[in-house]
Design a protein around this ligand. Structure first.
Ligand code: URA
Length: 300
């Protein structure tokens, strides 16, 4: 099931990374010119200002340009630059501070011209249980990609929801925004509704708030509130609402298990400024321009 309101009109042209350092992905690269040499007459690099941004049509760091174009992740692009495989206007660039202007400068990797990046895509999916959050699963289980068929852009999930977790998952082709959203430095809140076994008392709630040790590292302070308790089965269950500012592996499940209240069901209901707001389980939609802007603002 899917629903598709209009795509954001102000999406910045960005593409994800993901290629291995030694091997550009091929996306964003035009085919090799015959002869394998740079053009004899090429414009010199344009004048640059440190604070110019792509929105302003200015120069940006080469590794960012390459990652926005879908050629390689930023880190992989840095390796390509270091290996002397990147040229700007015919000149090999090996310094990481170098800049180029998308759509103006002739940027090449292994002599293949880097094409200007198409607009990025931003999707919100209400992930059902029983899907793996990945683009491809070696075990051939169903993945979240199976739920968003027909998307041409190279979108991939921002962070991860467990196989058995439901809820709000962003998928995007904007590698830069994805990296910022998942970095703990940006304090992006993720809100989860967990149904746990038993009835956690005040002291337990407080322990969860202050943090517990997972793999020898304490979880960050979290918001935790207790909702209703239901006494239908032999053992009561209680709803907990947890606001986390990090995305560690199976974090809610591990935290709750550690205080003796294992999770029965788990749903993410909010990610940053986004909420599911009526999006049915299994459905997806494009984010609006406003929603994308708010996400960007939240990570500076
Ligand atoms: N915490 C979990 O335990 N699982 C998720 O999928 C997300 C957060």
């Amino acid at each position: 099931m899917k629903s598709r309101p209009s795509r954001p009109s102000s999406s910045r042209p960005r593409r994800p990374g993901g290629a291995r350092p030694s091997k550009p992905s091929g996306r964003g690269l035009a085919s090799s010119r015959p002869g394998g040499r740079p053009a004899a007459k090429v414009p010199r690099p344009t004048a640059r200002h440190a604070d110019e941004t792509p929105e302003g049509g200015g120069a940006i760091r080469l590794q960012k340009l390459l990652s926005m174009s879908g050629v390689a992740s930023r880190r992989a692009a840095e390796v390509l630059i270091g290996e002397g495989r990147v040229t700007v206007n015919g000149v090999t660039v090996t310094t990481l501070g170098a800049k180029a202007t998308p759509g103006v400068d002739d940027v090449r990797v292994d002599d293949r011209r880097v094409k200007a990046a198409p607009p990025a895509r931003y999707i919100m999916l209400n992930k059902p249980k029983g899907y793996v959050t990945t683009r491809r699963d070696p075990q051939k289980r169903r993945t979240v990609m199976d739920l968003i068929g027909g998307i041409r852009e190279y979108v991939y999930p921002v962070g991860r929801l467990d196989f058995d977790t439901e809820g709000l998952l962003i998928l995007t082709s904007d590698g830069d925004l994805a990296a910022k959203l998942t970095h703990p430095r940006h304090d992006v809140p993720r809100v989860y509704e967990a149904i746990v076994t038993g009835v956690p008392d005040d002291e337990t709630i407080d322990i969860l708030r202050r943090g517990v040790y997972l793999d020898d590292r304490r979880t960050r302070e979290a918001g935790v509130t207790r909702g209703a308790t239901v006494h239908t089965g032999r053992i009561p269950t209680t709803k907990l609402i947890l606001t986390l500012f990090e995305g560690r592996n199976r974090q809610v499940r591990e935290m709750c298990a550690q205080v003796g209240h294992p999770v029965r069901t788990l749903q993410r209901v909010r990610y940053g400024s986004l909420t599911l707001r009526g999006l049915p389980v299994g459905a997806w939609r494009d984010l609006t321009t406003d929603e994308v802007e708010k996400l960007r603002e939240s990570v500076g």
